[in-house]
Structures are given as C-alpha cells and as structure tokens.
Design a protein around this ligand. Structure first.
Ligand SMILES: O=C(O)CCCC[C@@H]1SC[C@@H]2NC(=O)N[C@@H]21
Length: 255
C-alpha cells in the first residue's frame, strides 16, 4: 500500500521565476510537507524530454513539491496529476465531454493539447510534479515537434477566461483527493478512472522512445502504468515514450 497522503499542501505564488521546477529544487531541502509553487510568469519553462515550455502570462505554471514516495509509486503520481488536472478543468468549465487524457499525462481539449505534466525526482528525497496549462495562450504550432498533437488554449477552445490562481485552487483540491485514493486503495481505482477518460483507446498510435518507435493498437494501461500496445509482433508494454496519433486527427474526448 502506498504511503499516506498529508491533508492540504501549502501554496507559494511568485510573480516570476525561471521555472517552478528550478524553484522546487531550490526549496526542497527545507520542505518537509507538500508545497504548491506557482509562478505568474516563467522565463525558462521546461517540458518533457528537455523541450522548452512556453509560458506567457495568463497560463498556469505550477509545481507540486512533495517528499518522494517509493520509486514504484513516483511514476503513478503522473496519473494522479493527470486526473486532478482533468477534474480541475471540469470544475472550472462544467464541460467534462470536452476533455480527455493522453498517455502518460497530457490533458486534451477537443483532441488538442491543453496541458502537460513533467515529473522530476529531486535527490535525495523529493518529487516535483510540474503542471502547465494553456489557459489563455497556446504555443505556435511551428514551435512544436513534427507530428505533435496540436496545441490549444482554454480561451480559444471554450471561449472561457480562467485566472491561473483561481485554477490552482480546484487543482490542489483535486490532487489531494486523487492522491488520497492512491494512498488508501492503491493504483487500481486511479487506473480505472484514467482509462475512462483516455483518448484514442483501441486506435493505432505510435510510441517514440528516443530513436525507436513502435506502432500498435492502444489496448490499455497495465497495473504499473505502462502503455500496452498490440503490434504485429505481439503485445508490448511501454514504460516511457512520446505518443503520436495518426496525422491530421483531432478527436473529442473518447472512452
Ligand atoms: O512537456 C510537457 O508536456 C510538460 C510541460 C510541463 C510544464 C510545466 S509549467 C510548470 C512547470 N515548470 C516548468 O518549467 N515546467 C513545468
């Protein structure tokens, strides 16, 4: 059973930071309890796999710094974060049907990328869960990797203007609730909830890991959080990769 989850994380809101991930790393030695660090503006935001993350004013940039769970549970926080983000989006917009999840932890709005999550282990004993949400602005498509899911902002996709600090409140609440489920019942209910919100289940997707790529039918996510693809060579379990959809597709939320 995973370790317990403390009630209520602290909150720190900065006007500007290079990156809330760097801010979390600097504050980790003196942080014994979970702490949300939000920056109204990041000047050097970073995404997964060393990519830059553009963060113009009005978007959410926040990192949850927490004492590190055991290694096997750290990766599962990625699903907790994705579900919490989904919950916060629904809480703020009332539009559950508009959102879906893309493995491992992107949130899609009408099939386009609204939000991303970056997990970093901070040695010796912390985990940083960074969350970026395109509330007001989406990056220009030509700044993205070829084949990446097209970006969208909440303002563009739903015509809603949600303040970043106002978004952080339901996000922190939802994270607490989902983390408590993981701590109490393990990964099974988190996995089920994640799969219920998954985009493109049953469809062909391509998983790229560095220079390798595997295309197969997205069957499920296993009990360790790995993506299961059915390929002509058989089932393959993928622990870490970027996922690409068939070109030109932008599906709404799917089951
Ligand atoms: O590549 C991704 O999809 C993950 C993006 C994560 C961006 C967030 S914004 C808050 C935190 N600070 C960073 O520098 N990155 C994460």
């Amino acid at each position: 059973m995973p370790a317990g989850w403390p009630v209520g994380a602290g909150r720190l809101v900065l006007d500007e930071a290079p990156s809330t991930m760097a801010e979390a790393a600097a504050r980790a030695p003196e942080s014994a309890a979970p702490l949300w660090i939000m920056a109204r503006r990041q000047t050097a935001g970073r995404g997964r796999r060393g990519r830059a993350w553009a963060d113009p004013p009005g978007n959410l940039a926040a990192t949850l710094l927490m004492p590190a769970p055991p290694p096997a549970e750290a990766a599962l926080q990625s699903f907790v974060a994705a579900l919490a983000l989904f919950d916060a989006c629904v809480d703020c917009t009332g539009r559950a049907e508009a959102f879906s999840l893309k493995w491992p932890n992107d949130v899609l709005l009408h099939g386009r990328k609204l939000a991303g999550i970056l997990l970093e282990t901070l040695r010796p004993a912390h985990l940083a869960v960074g969350i970026g949400v395109n509330l007001r602005h989406a990056p220009e498509p030509d700044t993205l990797e070829p084949g990446a899911v097209a970006p969208v902002s909440l303002a563009e996709g739903l015509g809603m203007d949600i303040d970043a600090e106002a978004f952080l409140t339901p996000l922190a609440r939802a994270y607490d609730a989902r983390a408590r489920v993981l701590a109490t019942y393990g990964f099974a209910p988190i996995r089920t909830a994640w799969l219920d919100r998954a985009a493109r289940r049953g469809e062909a997707v391509t998983a790229r890991t560095g220079r390798d790529s595997v295309t197969g039918r997205f069957e499920t996510v296993d009990e360790a959080g790995r993506l299961i693809l059915v390929t002509p060579q058989g089932r393959q379990a993928i622990a870490a990769a970027d996922i690409f959809f068939a070109e030109g597709d932008a599906h709404a939320a799917g089951g």
